[in-house]
Ligand binder design. Structure first.
Ligand SMILES: Nc1nc2c(c(=O)[nH]1)N[C@H]1C(S)=C(S)[C@@H](COP(=O)(O)OP(=O)(O)OC[C@H]3O[C@@H](n4cnc5c(=O)[nH]c(N)nc54)[C@H](O)[C@@H]3O)O[C@H]1N2
Ligand SMILES: Nc1nc2c(c(=O)[nH]1)N[C@H]1C(S)=C(S)[C@@H](COP(=O)(O)OP(=O)(O)OC[C@H]3O[C@@H](n4cnc5c(=O)[nH]c(N)nc54)[C@H](O)[C@@H]3O)O[C@H]1N2
Ligand SMILES: [Mo]
Length: 568
């Protein structure tokens, strides 16, 4: 959401939905897992563009396989991405590398921006980000001089900390002033095929369409922009106080669908304790997870191979028909069916009466039924570029790209992107850093696991049997840690155990952990689960994002390994 909103509040569309890597002359991969997380959709177009000579810039604290191939790899200090983007803007503006025509015709606030970025000289930004000054300058020049250029951003440094909305704004501004908006090889603004019925519809939908403003303002959420835009999302950080203290009003019951919150939300001990305080907690899942375990009722759910679906997430200009292959076993129902039955039982009116009706509704815009879609398999819509020229507007308040945003200022946010130190950092918290000198990033992905899922699948588990903390050779040596040793990772919130994976892919001051571990260990949810260590009370002031990347920690040799169990 910070990625989508950063674009929407700059140029009126989400610049992350359709990065056209294939036709780019310069590709920037910014905190995005092309080798792992987004391999299926982004790796091929990127490799093809590279084989035709496109330049590659990778911004990642870890030397990923793609970073190995980069013309410029910037090993950034975690959670300082906003400063880096502002430093690149400094170079591009001061060296006159931006598109004058585009800035004159299509933007507001350039003078303010120009003045603002003077505070972020490459030298100062190098100090903040640990990226050498020359690299910042070279990368800015490379990006601005090789048009069209395309930036791909992920959740890496750009969604899971407290400066992320502004970081994404700064990146959207980079793309704007270099004239890379809605051009082939740039950030394409392709309307989602299903528009407001799309699963990625944040930029179009009015989720509370028929509610009054007063009612909308009552929903639990965190962040100026979230409150203003009216997203559906209620952040955990706003729901937990409602459950625990009844603030601003009590939440007594919860329905958890496809969520393993005890493992995947920040500060697991707090999350688990909070969920047990609910009067009534229902979870629908395929497996008995640490979250399902504390529910009053567990609804066994149908697997995706056992249901029909319209697939449209991250699918650019097409949608796919996902066909059910087998019937669900025993008492398993699919989620849609459960929701429809619940609504009916609760006496709600005006909702779907069948799964088919629901699927047909999603397809209304493309004017076919799910039965017809089943035959067709896929629907593609044509791509059009530079729609701002055709329609004469960007979809913002001023109808221009808002480099300086009066609208944001009005809701109490920074009108120009400002860098803020993460809440835990060696710079901002030197006292804490004495005890916890290393910076922890979490959520490193492998192809075989999806978040907290699949550790119970033997063939997948074989590929990565234990949670591995990537730690620099020298950092490990100082601590008497050898490759494969069990280590204790500790933050202000608690400690857990992982195995050390010695590496030179990370800086001596940074360690990188996966997330989602619990299965197969006694009390796995607190012994090996990384979210025992993460921070759940501090949020991005605009988006409410929590802190999953860039925390302070200490690593030492563990006294004993976690106790393995043969799970039921
Ligand atoms: N196999 C697999 N694929 C998945 C998932 C999965 O669990 N398993 N999950 C899916 C989901 S829901 C999501 S949201 C996506 C997430 O996928 P991405 O958006 O790609 O995010 P991550 O994989 O968390 O991190 C991407 C890169 O960011 C780097 N990074 C970490 N901290 C920082 C930082 O502070 N700054 C910068 N610039 N980079 C940083 C990491 O080293 C990593 O290489 O993946 C999706 N794909
Ligand atoms: N520390 C740290 N924490 C993170 C992250 C990180 O990078 N670092 N990444 C975050 C991100 S980006 C995300 S998206 C979240 C993901 O966190 P969660 O949303 O909790 O995701 P999962 O662990 O993939 O899945 C939860 C459950 O859904 C079940 N499930 C699978 N299919 C279905 C279905 O069709 N119906 C139902 N009802 N259940 C089903 C699975 O069995 C699993 O137990 O984790 C976040 N947590
Ligand atoms: Mo995610």
């Amino acid at each position: 959401m910070p990625g989508h909103s950063g674009g929407v509040h700059t140029c009126g569309f989400s610049i992350i939905l359709d990065p056209d890597f294939r036709n780019a002359k310069c590709i920037v991969v910014w905190g995005l897992g092309v080798d792992t997380s987004f391999r299926a959709i982004f790796r091929k177009p990127i490799l093809e563009a590279l084989s035709e000579g496109a330049k590659l810039i990778v911004i990642d604290p870890v030397k990923t396989p793609l970073a190995e191939r980069a013309d410029i790899w910037m090993q950034i200090r975690p959670a300082t991405d906003c400063a880096l983007a502002l430093g690149m803007l400094h170079v591009i503006i001061n060296e006159d590398l931006y598109s004058r025509d585009f800035v004159e015709d299509w933007t507001v606030g350039f003078d303010e921006l120009k003045k603002h970025v003077q505070e972020y000289s490459p030298r100062e930004v190098a100090e903040i980000t640990w990226v050498p000054e020359e690299k910042i300058v070279d990368a800015a020049r490379m990006y601005a001089k090789n048009s069209p250029a395309c930036i791909g951003t992920g959740v890496g440094g750009l969604c899971q900390n407290v400066n992320v909305f502004q970081a994404n704004r700064a990146i959207a501004i980079l793309a704007s002033i270099t004239n890379n908006l809605d051009v082939p090889g740039g950030q394409v603004n392709h309307p989602l095929v299903l528009r407001e019925k799309s699963s990625m519809s944040a930029q179009y939908d009015a989720p509370f369409g028929d509610l009054t403003q007063e009612q909308i303002q009552k929903r639990l959420s965190i962040g100026n922009v979230v409150k203003y835009d009216g997203f559906q999302n209620a952040h955990p950080g706003s729901v937990w106080p409602a459950i625990r203290e009844g603030k601003p009003y009590p939440v007594k019951a919860m329905l958890g669908i496809a969520t393993n919150s005890v493992i995947t939300k920040e500060n697991s001990k707090h999350v688990r304790d909070t969920l047990t305080k609910l009067d009534f907690f229902v979870v629908s899942d395929l497996f008995m997870t640490p979250t399902a375990e504390i529910a009053d009722i567990v609804l066994p759910v149908a697997h995706w191979s056992e249901r029909d679906e319209v697939i449209d997430a991250y699918t650019k200009n097409y949608i796919f028909c996902h066909r059910k292959i087998v019937d669900p076993p025993g008492e398993c129902w699919e989620d849609k069916e459960i929701l429809i039955a619940l609504a009916k039982k609760m006496g709600m009116e005006g909702y779907f009466t069948s799964v088919e009706e629901c699927l047909n509704d999603r397809l209304r815009r493309v004017k076919i039924t799910f039965e017809e879609f089943r035959e067709k398999g896929m629907i593609e819509s044509p791509i059009a570029y530079k729609k701002h020229e055709k329609f004469g507007v960007f979809k913002t308040m001023t109808k221009k790209v808002e480099l300086y945003s009066e609208a944001l200022k009005e809701i109490g946010s920074d009108p120009l992107p400002v860098f803020r130190e993460p809440p835990e950092s060696p710079v901002g918290n030197p006292e804490i850093a004495k005890k916890y000198p290393l910076i922890l990033i979490t959520g490193m992905k492998t192809l075989n696991y999806f978040h907290s899922s699949f550790r119970n699948v033997a063939s997948l588990r074989k590929l990565m049997p234990d949670p591995l903390l990537e730690i620099h050779l020298d950092t490990a040596k100082e601590r008497g840690i050898r490759d494969g040793d069990w280590v204790k990772i500790e933050t202000l919130r608690g400690s857990i155990k992982h195995r050390a994976k010695l590496s030179e892919r990370v800086d001596q001051r940074v360690v990188a952990a996966p997330h989602g571990w619990w299965y197969g260990y006694r009390d796995g949810w607190k012994e090996v689960n990384i979210n025992v260590l993460t921070e759940g009370r501090i949020h991005d002031p605009d988006m409410g994002s929590g802190v999953l990347k860039g925390l302070l920690c200490q690593v030492s040799k563990a006294d004993s390994p976690p106790v393995e169990i043969t799970a039921p």
